[in-house]
Write a protein that binds this ligand. Structure first.
Ligand code: PAJ
Length: 279
């Protein structure tokens, strides 16, 4: 199948008009540096739609002033190959000016999500995500859009945006793709030194161990505190390791409803996130 590239809204609309005559449109928003995790989202979208549009845009408004916006990896040609192999029909790689023309000033607030987990550690991050994803959904108007559980809180934010703003799209969650040693695939793994790369899978191991302890009856705050100690002793600087309600991300006391154990931790200069289902 042919893969086309468009770089601005006018060309996107023209290409979409052609695709819509063929049938349904699925959408996978990304920031590029595509890996097998992204490819799995494209494949899932393709199972559900005639054509899949992939956006590649490193969105400046979701990065904090001291975060990795300027060093975020860029590799459009390789990304085109990955997107094509996974079954995409169109890549939309806009410039910042195409998304945020001069005078742009409106944004969507992710509300309470800004107060917990990554929201608390990355001020403004989810407002930036909510705004750009809403804009992209309104430009592409897909029937389905696929997001990874890797960024679990982001998935919850987007489900809320779609529900709260009545956006006519079905959000599909894709499972986390991992390296063979358990490390969740991420474009940011490229920042890790060889030594850090060896230590990084301990994040997932600690998640699995913590779930085991909680299932065996250990109070979840004790189990997560032990997990934090273990990661800290291995050189991680842990932002959080916490159990939350899987649907609302509210704090939970008991395990009556499905829960999610979420972690964010620094290894050297790289911030890694991961999560695992419970119950
Ligand atoms: P990015 O980090 O490029 O991720 C794009 C999509 O791929 C997200 O839905 C993310 O959860 C998913 N993904 C990343 N790694 C994954 C893995 N190992 N397994 C499964 N899915 C994975 O998330 C963003 O970009 C941006 O915030 C974006 C939504 C594009 C808005 O700018």
């Amino acid at each position: 199948m042919q893969l086309n590239l468009v770089k601005n809204m006018a060309d996107l609309q023209q290409a979409l008009a052609g695709l819509r005559t063929q049938g349904s449109v699925g959408f996978v928003p990304t920031m590029g540096a595509l890996h097998a995790g992204h490819a799995s989202l494209i494949k899932l979208a393709k199972e559900r739609s005639k054509n899949v549009v992939v956006s590649i845009f490193v969105n400046p408004t979701q990065f904090g002033p001291n975060e990795d916006f300027t060093k975020y990896p860029k590799m459009l040609e390789k990304d085109m190959e990955t997107a094509k192999a996974a079954g995409a029909s169109l890549v939309y790689a806009p410039s910042a000016g195409d998304i945020y023309p001069e005078g742009f000033s409106t944004s969507i607030s992710a509300g309470n999500m800004n107060k917990i987990l990554d929201g608390a550690f990355r001020p403004g991050h989810f407002d930036g995500v909510a705004t750009v994803v809403a804009k992209l959904l309104l430009r592409v108007v897909p029937q389905v859009a696929v997001f990874g559980e890797k960024d679990y809180q982001q998935l919850c934010v987007i489900r809320r945006v779609v529900q709260d703003l009545d956006l006519p799209v079905e959000i599909i969650a894709a499972p986390i793709m991992r390296e063979t040693d358990g490390l969740a695939m991420s474009s940011r793994n490229a920042y890790l030194t060889p030594e850090e790369r060896k230590t990084a899978p301990e994040i997932y191991k600690t998640l699995c161990e913590t779930v085991k302890h909680i299932k065996a009856g250990m109070p979840h705050r004790q189990a997560t505190a032990e997990g934090v100690d273990k990661l800290s002793s291995m050189g991680f600087k842990v932002d959080y390791l916490e159990l939350h309600d899987a649907a609302t991300l509210n704090s939970i006391e008991s395990l009556e409803r499905p829960a999610r154990l979420l972690v964010a931790a620094w290894l050297g200069g790289t911030r890694l996130i991961d999560n695992i289902a419970m119950g």
